[in-house]
Design a protein around this ligand. Structure first.
Ligand code: NCD
Length: 312
């Protein structure tokens, strides 16, 4: 169990066997995640949910996962309500909370913050998004969603669409896709928001086949799965100008109909903004809300792996 009592900071820690086991445990967790069964596996355990950047799904699904397994959750939201507003360092904050909780989830605007927290924490730290860096648990639930929607991740053709430069979900997801057989990756973004070279270097090293496709229609035509992302406007000096960069990369019904691809599987980490039209919501392949619900069983499985707990 490579995750036992360790931090989960980067997808670089995960191998195919880890993914297969996490998904098998997530399958077992599904009825508990849905409230059809109850569990007290984590009774007496405390999760500290430390969210220093906006979040809805990640924070609440980590909390739901821990509580559905019988544990308790404490949450802090936003820098302005924490001692960081008084100038406390991240390291000092973590050293303190280390004495309150058994495990922590950290979301923070700085790339590398999860690794910094892990370096000073006795208890496991889970990276819930470190600025434009990584978002490993989102990538795990994205893969789980692909497997559920398509039957398997092996052999799938995935188009990553939107702000590939700042989108931490696509940084983690593309690297994890390299663990599977026969995957083809199609990258399509505004030219100034291309996938960072360091991510491409990791994909090259892992032998993942990928190609850069300049137009959205060509990318969608070639893909089984469209993974749509929003412009990460909070990472720009001018968020309004940033939001305009999406023009030409908006997935909507008119476009899908014009290329005969209303059958495509559509995923999105959410929140969507102006990148994915609500006029595709009725399509059978519009899977983003189902995908978001899978965050609970996948995060339950991650807690089980890290805390060394096994469901009967
Ligand atoms: C993503 C994130 O925070 O990186 N959201 C999420 O966790 N589901 C995507 C985003 O904010 O665009």
């Amino acid at each position: 169990m490579p995750l036992l009592n360790t931090h989960l900071v980067s997808v670089a820690q995960l191998r195919r066997t880890d993914l297969d086991r996490i998904f098998a445990v997530a399958d077992r967790c599904l009825p508990i995640a849905r409230g059809e069964e109850t569990s007290d596996l984590l009774r007496g355990r405390l999760l500290a949910n430390l969210f220093f950047e906006p979040s809805t799904r990640t924070r609440l699904s980590f909390g739901a996962a821990f509580m559905r397994l019988g544990g308790a959750v404490e949450t802090t939201v936003g820098m302005q309500f924490s001692s960081m507003a008084k100038g406390e360092t991240l390291e000092d904050t973590i050293r303190v909370i280390d004495g309150y909780a058994d495990i922590m989830v950290l979301r923070h605007p700085d790339e590398g913050s999860a690794a910094r927290a892990a370096a000073v924490s006795q208890h496991p730290i889970i990276n819930g998004g470190d600025g434009p860096g990584e978002h490993p648990t989102q990538a795990l639930l994205d893969l789980y969603a692909i497997a559920k929607e398509r039957g398997s991740v092996d052999g799938v053709k995935v188009a990553l669409i939107g702000d590939l430069k700042h989108g931490r979900t696509v940084h983690s997801l593309s690297r994890l896709l390299a663990c599977f057989e026969g995957v083809e990756l199609i990258l399509t973004s505004p030219p100034s928001l291309a996938m960072p070279d360091k991510v491409l270097a990791d994909l090259d090293a892992a032998g993942l086949r990928y190609r850069l496709v300049p137009t959205l229609a060509d990318a969608l035509a070639a893909a089984d799965v469209a993974y749509v992302t929003r412009i990460q406007a909070e990472r720009f000096d001018d968020p309004v100008a940033a939001a305009r960069l999406i023009s030409g990369f908006v997935v909507n019904l008119e476009l899908l109909e014009s290329i005969g691809r209303t059958d495509i599987t559509i995923l999105h980490p959410l929140p969507r903004y102006n990148d994915l039209s609500t006029d595709v919501d009725h399509l059978p392949g519009a899977a983003y809300f189902r995908q978001s619900h899978l965050g609970v069983p996948v995060r339950m499985a991650i807690f089980c792996e890290i805390l060394g707990k096994e469901l009967a």
